[in-house]
Design a protein around this ligand. Sequence first.
Ligand code: GAP
Length: 439
Amino acid sequence: MKEEGPRDLMEKIVSLCKRRGFIYPGSDIYGGLSGTFDYGPLGVELKNNIKNLWWKTFVETREDMYGVDASILMNAKVWEASGHTGAGFTDPLVECGKCKRRFRADTLPNESGKCPECGGILGGERKFNLMFQTNIGASEDEASRIYLRPETAQGMFVNFKNVLDSFHPKLPFGLAQIGKAFRNEIAPRDFLFRSREFEQMEIEYFVREEDWKKHFENWKEEMELWIKTIGLSSEKVHVLEVPNEDRAHYSKRTIDFEFDFPFGKKELYGLAYRTDFDLKNHSSASGIDLVYFDEETKERFTPHVIEPTFGVDRTVLAVLLESYREDEMGGDGRVYLALPHVLAPVKVAVFPLLKNKPELVSKAGEVYKTLKKEIPQISFDDNGNIGKRYRRQDEIGTPFCVTIDFETLENDTITIRSRDSGEQERVSLDVLEERFMKT
Ligand code: GAP
């Protein structure tokens, strides 16, 4: 029998995502649109759970963070000042003289100079800017050209002064944002890993220049803690010190958190020391002084920035890969997602033991409605035999299944079955709600 490789796991994840309503190819009925994906009902819950947990962890539970939600469309001058319209935000591109297909030069498998698709001769390398362009308003001239943002970061830099004026925060403090970013990737690939439309969760943390190293280390620890919280095993996550020549144009130090994806060890998150590059550039380009005034010391200076950045979609992919399991239960093979409970799209599924017993169905409906008030991410299933219902929930990572049976009608007890062990326990209805509040 052929041994399974890591690529097989990727195929299983892609297939499970489509079949069970997590993630579909974008514009599916028209044959798709390369580098885009649509989240289905379960995928959107999983993604929202990740974003909500991130927001709670890094914004709501801290005193030094301010959330913003800036526009995707920004004045084109933003991208000139940030350096994104220049050479800093380009990928090397080569084009085949025969089939006209374009490739990212640094990802081609060999140095032959031949097109991997048709064997034609590849042209010389040129720089390709990754920003999507569009026009604002009815005219289509140079003056109306704008870009879809390639990072959420700039929305925070341009609001630095607004937040200072409204809240007068003391250094160090941070701005945080979750939102879409767009990059016209030459070679989108590996499912959600490299897409053209994706989401970022980013923080710009403003510090005094002399304190940057301390805050960089603090944020490294915070990011490691987050990685643990979302259930990624430490053996699969590696810290890479990004060498000078590979760092983004704005960074003096960057570390990448790489994850062992089935297609290789690749960047999951990044942590960069952006110095005062962005605030200084926006100050001189806009003519607005983006400085901080320290009330105590009476100093006026441009803060430096530590930027922890997290890709939402890469998080979804890593979490799915990490939690995918195959085992045997009751003599049958099964697939389950061992998702951390806080991320599971459905927290609990409620079943009547038999569909054709109205008293069981009605009691199960009552339990479902009561629980739904407290736990919105809940489902009801009375379709097929109980074993099949368990398997369906296992496959989408539901931590608990609650079954209403004849004993429930007699003594108000139900069974709770755990996803990972398959073990069942009988508890009274009273303790049920309290139990799930803790999941
Ligand atoms: N503001 C800094 C910044 O944008 P980046 O390393 O270019 O830095 C940050 O991107 C994160 O966004 C990455 O670590 C990754 O998680 C995610 N990301 C970047 N490009 C992506 C793409 N094409 N598809 C999916 N996620 C992407």
